[in-house]
Write a protein that binds this ligand. Structure first.
Ligand code: HEC
Ligand code: HEC
Length: 241
């Protein structure tokens, strides 16, 4: 029942506890899937460190920049956990699914913030919320660190006229925070080369203000965008190297 790369034998070790969750790979929409998820999560949830005693993830990520032994330990944990993520986010975090984001080359502090948003429900995605809960503390920090260090693979751009239109829009507003190159910074996401469908959905979610994903800066910056603006900006952003 498991695809080859998710076979229990290959998963083994520390990520075995999330195998059950990924057995129902499509984002968990069916009731059966939701159930599988829940069952898969139970042992992990019980084994989690209580929030009170949990180490500060951001501090640990920072600490690893000056502590090579800790860095190596976290990267090991991260690489192992990443095998599970690869089914959706792609090998090395280069997604091949248009509605699943690339994680490769993403800013680690931004990724960690998203992990926390999924964990406490500020960002809503049924599957990802369960997945993050199943990760141990060092897997959360390690997996973020691992993906941030992977290369973004070359990709093709959209129709040139649309890309040019999107570039003009981008250079009026988006560049202020995401940078002229779309690489962002510690707090702001890298968006260069991100998946088309994911970008489109994400911008519409910020714009709608319906609570799936809330950020005051992005709400303000999408409020006045038309669907055509979104389509053009997305074509440009997705084509950035
Ligand atoms: C079943 C498919 C699936 C698997 C497996 C999966 N993800 Fe995801 N992930 C998604 C989808 C879909 C989204 C986009 C959710 C949304 O639109 O908010 C996402 C979003 C994310 C984001 C937010 C990225 C951003 O740019 O804001 C992070 C971080 C993430 N996943 C980490 C992981 C990690 C770490 C693993 C493995 C432990 C993992 N995911 C496994 C489907 C998956
Ligand atoms: C004032 C600063 C600011 C401006 C201007 C801005 N952004 Fe953002 N953007 C952010 C921040 C901060 C985040 C992370 C928000 C979060 O945690 O959800 C973000 C997140 C995003 C994301 C989600 C990335 C991901 O991986 O899920 C996309 C897509 C995005 N911005 C696109 C744009 C586009 C397109 C524009 C121009 C129309 C724009 N942004 C303008 C600050 C800004």
């Amino acid at each position: 029942m498991f695809p080859f790369f998710l076979s229990p034998a290959r998963m083994g070790g520390s990520v075995g506890h999330i195998a059950a969750a990924v057995a129902c790979c499509a984002p968990a929409r069916s009731a059966v899937c939701a159930l599988l998820l829940l069952v898969g999560m139970l042992p992990a949830a019980q084994g989690q460190t209580p929030a009170r005693g949990a180490p500060d993830h951001a501090q640990r990520l920072q600490q690893a920049t000056t502590d090579p032994a800790l860095e190596a330990k976290l990267l090991r944990a991260g690489r192992t956990a990443a095998a599970v993520c690869a089914y959706c986010h792609g090998e090395g975090g280069n997604s091949t699914k248009p509605d699943v984001p690339n994680l490769a080359g993403q800013n680690p502090a931004y990724l960690l913030e998203q992990v926390h948003q999924f964990a406490d429900g500020r960002r809503k995605n049924e599957f990802m919320q369960g997945m993050i809960k199943a990760l141990k503390d060092d897997e959360k920090v390690g997996v973020v660190m691992y993906f941030s260090r992977q290369q973004v693979l070359p990709h093709t751009g959209g129709p040139p006229a649309l890309v040019a239109q999107g570039k003009a829009y981008y250079e009026r507003t988006c560049f202020r925070c995401h940078g002229a190159d779309g690489l962002g910074n510690e707090a702001v996401a890298r968006i260069a080369g991100q998946q088309v469908e994911y970008l489109t959905q994400t911008l519409k979610r910020y714009r709608s203000g319906s609570g799936g994903r809330i950020n005051p800066l992005m709400a303000a910056n999408t409020k006045l965008m038309t669907d055509a603006d979104i389509q053009a900006v997305v074509a440009y952003v997705a084509s950035m190297p």
